[in-house]
Design a protein around this ligand. Structure first.
Ligand code: 2HA
Ligand code: ZN
Length: 275
């Protein structure tokens, strides 16, 4: 089968385009990676082209050695994913020791993987281990409302998580372990990748202050849904702050009741009493 006939490529393109339609991918902003199953690799083997030019990675990722990923391209536009997929993204194979990668499909115009490849691969390694292989998708986007809040609220996991959870029940259901927050850092570096990895040991979604969101999940639907839910809650919070602030919020006891009804494990550190 051709890569572009596969369900996984279809899901990858659709998710990228959905992010574009949401306004999260101005210019070259944002990137997406997906770790293929071995069956998916076998299904498209005939369409892959194995060169021998391996590119070394800034930090080894042995936990994903031998794995294959779909990866959006550096300097490419999410806006073009549907019209020119083969140029906009590609597939890479990681060597067995996790020290380098090679392109096996796509990047037809001579492109290369996203500038945030270190953050994607290092976090793919963390989430694969943490979820026993269940998580496959890592998504970075620039949604305006959550970025705006990072100029206003204290940059603390406890504050962002609780403020967003209060906006609608879907939030605690979609990110029950909370949201991590890291300060502004230079994009594309191993440093931002490392700090995000520390957060990903605990959370599925991390805010890069004054930059964007970084999220992980099992499926395209769930990972897109997580990004969308955080951004929707941030939009409501901005509306509320513009209107003068919150007057009514769910109580700690109401969060506990919801956790019981929906079998959520909400960490105690987010269930503090506010004055
Ligand atoms: O340009 O979003 O963080 C791609 C990015 C870098
Ligand atoms: Zn970015």
């Amino acid at each position: 089968m051709k890569v572009l006939e596969s369900r996984f490529a279809e899901g990858f393109i659709r998710m990228s385009n959905d992010g574009w339609l949401q306004g999260w991918h101005e210019c070259h902003g944002g990137n997406l990676t997906y770790r293929l199953t071995s069956e998916e690799v076998d299904d498209v083997k005939e369409d892959l082209c194995y060169g021998d030019s391996w590119v070394s990675l800034p930090e080894a990722v042995p936990g994903i050695g031998g794995d294959y990923f779909l990866v959006t391209g550096s300097g490419k536009f999410m806006r073009n994913m549907t019209v020119d997929p083969e140029d906009s993204f590609g597939m890479i194979e990681i060597d067995e020791r996790g020290r380098s990668y090679r392109i096996v499909w796509g990047f037809s115009g001579g492109g290369r993987p996203t500038s945030e490849l270190p953050a994607h691969l290092m976090n793919q390694e963390v989430i694969k281990r943490r979820t026993n292989g269940n998580y496959r998708v890592v998504y970075h986007a620039h949604p305006a409302n959550i970025i705006a809040l990072s100029f206003v609220l204290p940059l603390k996991d406890e504050i962002f998580t609780r403020e967003l959870w209060e906006m609608e029940p879907e939030c605690a259901m979609t990110f029950p372990s909370g949201m991590g927050v890291i300060p502004w850092m230079v994009p594309g570096t191993a440093e931002i990748a490392r700090l995000t990895c520390r957060m990903m040991e605990e959370y599925d979604v991390v805010l890069w202050a004054q930059h964007g969101l970084f999220a992980a999940g099992d499926t395209f639907d769930n990972t897109f849904g997580l990004m969308h839910t955080v951004e929707k809650a941030a939009q409501m919070l901005n509306l509320v702050l513009a209107a003068g602030g919150k007057h009514h919020v769910p109580s700690v006891q109401e969060f506990r009741d919801m956790a019981e009804a929906f079998h959520l494990e909400l960490p105690e550190k987010f269930l503090y009493e506010k004055q």
